[in-house]
Design a binder for this molecule. Structure first.
Ligand SMILES: Nc1ncnc2c1ncn2[C@@H]1O[C@H](COP(=O)(O)OP(=O)(O)OP(=O)(O)O)[C@@H](O)[C@H]1O
Ligand SMILES: [Mg+2]
Length: 295
């Protein structure tokens, strides 16, 4: 157990098409430019950690298509351990995003093979070299295999961090309890924790502590974050910065916070690092471009 953090979540290729207009039924539009961005919430966080020098790996699945190769090579380029990336049959996860001249967006998400990760196909021996696991959500449109695998694998780790995103917040407390009971650091945003617990976030964080979660971090967008542990609670304001694109701000925050935790910092410093990495992320376009190499 000599390595730091392994992520477990979806792997997606975001294909952004810059178009003259978003066509409606029977209409035709034209593509002016295309850009591909590798993503997936946990993988953004893992790339952020790897850039900061943390020994990081990934559990995920790609298909046997060009997109899969691209996602795989990108993780390699970022120095992420890919021994637990499963090469499946079918399409890799991707999102087709149309952006028009006014910045309006239309998005089609294809989960591809993301939802189909069976516990038996995970390279557990390699995964268990890590002290900590970081989980984010799967869409579960093609089944719940990946979620069931997450519920099983959390039992194998000393430290678990968990960002539910809206897909898991929607599933509710009862469905998520097997993961929450093993969670050390819970990292929802305000809307997600209120959706999951069906109550105000200040009340919900109390329930999290009662469930045995050590550190609860509620992300509050431009207002920063609220942190609660058994012994203390505090707010930490975000850093003033020029906002270019907030895509992936939450994932970047997670990278900063987890980095602090791995380095043995106190929770105040972890929260400061979360806000710092998030601020660097939103100064640039996309979820990864602004992720820093030092803090
Ligand atoms: N306008 C902003 N100015 C400064 N910091 C910001 C701003 N928006 C977000 N942040 C930073 O990003 C962090 C995460 O943002 P947010 O609360 O939107 O997370 P999220 O909803 O999980 O994001 P995501 O959509 O990426 O999942 C905040 O805690 C804060 O540090
Ligand atoms: Mg988020």
């Amino acid at each position: 157990m000599n390595k730091d953090v392994i992520g477990f979540g979806a792997l997606n290729l975001d294909k952004i098409y810059y178009v003259d207009k978003i066509p409606s039924k029977d209409e035709e539009g034209f593509v002016k430019d295309v850009k591909f961005f590798p993503g997936g919430s946990a993988s953004n966080t893992i790339v952020g950690l790897s850039r900061l020098g943390i020994k990081a790996g990934y559990i995920g699945k790609i298909g046997d298509d060009e997109e899969g190769g691209l996602l795989y090579r990108d993780l390699l380029k970022e120095n992420v351990d890919v021994r637990c990336v499963i090469k499946g049959k079918g399409r890799s996860g991707n999102a087709i995003i149309l952006v028009d001249e006014h910045g309006n967006r239309a998005i089609l998400v294809d989960p591809g093979v993301n939802d189909t990760i069976r516990y038996e196909e995970i390279n557990l021996e390699a995964a268990k070299e890590y002290r900590m696991i970081h989980l984010t959500s799967f869409i579960c449109k093609n089944g719940t295999d990946s979620l069931e695998s997450q519920k099983r694998i959390v039992k194998e780790f000393e430290v678990v961090s968990f960002d539910p995103g809206m897909p898991y917040a929607w599933r509710g407390l009862r469905d998520m309890e097997p993961i929450l009971k093993h969670t050390t650091i819970f990292l929802p945003n305000k809307a997600e924790i209120e959706m999951m617990f069906r109550e105000d976030y200040l009340k919900a964080v109390e329930d999290c502590i009662s469930l045995g979660i050590e550190i609860v971090v509620v992300k509050l967008g431009s207002e920063g974050c609220f942190v609660k542990t058994k012994n203390k609670e505090f707010r930490m304001r975000s850093l003033a910065t020029k906002v270019v694109d907030t895509t992936g701000a939450g994932d970047a925050f997670n990278a900063g916070f987890i980095y602090g935790f791995v380095k043995g910092k106190d929770v105040e410093e972890c929260a400061r690092l979360g806000n710092y990495v998030a601020a660097r992320c939103i100064e640039k376009f996309g979820a990864r471009e602004g992720l820093p190499y030092n803090v």
